[in-house]
Design a protein around this ligand. Structure first.
Ligand code: G3H
Length: 319
């Protein structure tokens, strides 16, 4: 994220901006079904969209068995996300294509920072008791401080779902505000864990509170909930983001995460951003896709684009 983009300063807690809002799930489903079926981007345009998707990927490993070696391999992939011969054939061999960021657990941050030195690719760290967020607040804030000290430029925090489920908006606002202050210069993405919030109305309200508390991005999921990023949830968050922009003039980023695995998924989410918000939300300073395995399918699709053939999946085994 370039520093020239103005950050969200947040607002006081404004209940009037969300308490009366109700989201109709079937209307959201109808709208997103149209997005998923209505747009066919072919050939050259498809390749351009997929290259753009790569630039927006937060290439992620968040596993209990992560090691410095795995993180280094992931960072190499972030530096060179697509084989050079495929990029050359697409005529983009010299653009310095990289992913948007690499996203890891806090203790993996120093390894990622070292492996990405000189690349300009930021390291994002999850923090605040990811994925459940059920540790005491001082420890959650200390985890943010640790990740920032280790060199993380972006922090993906998780919210306390209980505050949303009980409608305790002040508590939610206060905790996110404290996290944002602790992040300092690091950009903060607020993970709402939408699969655990019950209703789309709750998703809208939590989105609005997170933005009022100063989130730079709102993010759907940890990748660990039973339901992760879906198009109806994403539409709901994107509409909240649009309302926040209309009310404050501030542009907030959006990050769907969890379960996005195919090139078609990437195209659907880019189409959602384009149709609901316009071009700037197809760029990495306002759009990221959190994904551990999406890149492999995009690379496969790009290879098909230039050769007319699909390579078998193991040829693009990593991410
Ligand atoms: O934020 C990123 C997610 O944890 C990745 O989820 P995924 O493994 O389903 O792609």
């Amino acid at each position: 994220m370039s520093e020239s983009h103005e950050r969200n300063p947040g607002t006081p807690l404004e209940r009037g901006w969300f308490e009366d809002v109700q989201i109709n799930r079937s209307a959201a489903e109808r709208r997103t079904a149209l997005i998923a079926s209505g747009r066919t981007v072919k050939k050259k345009h498809q390749a351009a969209w997929l290259l753009r998707a790569i630039q927006c990927i937060d290439l992620t490993t968040l596993s209990g068995d992560d090691t410095p070696g795995r993180v280094r391999r992931l960072c190499n992939k972030a530096r060179q996300p697509v084989r050079q011969d495929i990029l050359d054939a697409l005529g983009v061999g010299d653009i310095g294509l990289t992913t948007g960021a690499v996203c890891v657990y806090p203790t993996m941050v120093p390894h990622a920072v070292k492996a990405l030195e000189g690349s300009g690719i930021p390291v994002a760290s999850v923090a605040t008791g990811f994925p459940a967020g059920l540790t005491p607040l001082p420890q959650r804030l200390a985890e943010i401080r640790y990740a920032v000290e280790q060199g993380a430029a972006e922090i993906d925090i998780v919210i306390t779902r209980e505050h949303v489920l009980l409608g305790n908006w002040q508590a939610l606002y206060d905790e996110i505000r404290a996290m944002r202050e602790t992040c300092g210069e690091a950009h903060m993405k607020a993970i709402l864990a939408t699969g655990e919030l019950g209703t789309l109305t709750n998703v809208y309200r939590a989105s609005m509170v997170a933005m009022q508390a100063g989130a730079d991005f709102i993010k759907t999921s940890t990748g660990k909930e039973p339901e992760n990023a879906t198009l109806p949830v994403s539409l709901t968050m994107v509409r909240a983001l649009r309302d926040y922009r209309d009310l404050t003039g501030h542009n907030i980023g959006f990050k769907p995460a969890g379960g996005l695995r195919t090139a078609k998924d990437a195209m659907n989410w880019l189409a959602l951003m384009k149709e609901e918000l316009g071009g700037p939300w197809m760029e990495p300073h306002l759009f990221r896709i959190g994904a551990s395995s999406l890149l492999a399918d995009i690379e496969r699709q790009l290879e098909h684009n230039v050769t007319g053939r699909y390579a078998s999946a193991e040829h693009h085994a990593l991410s």
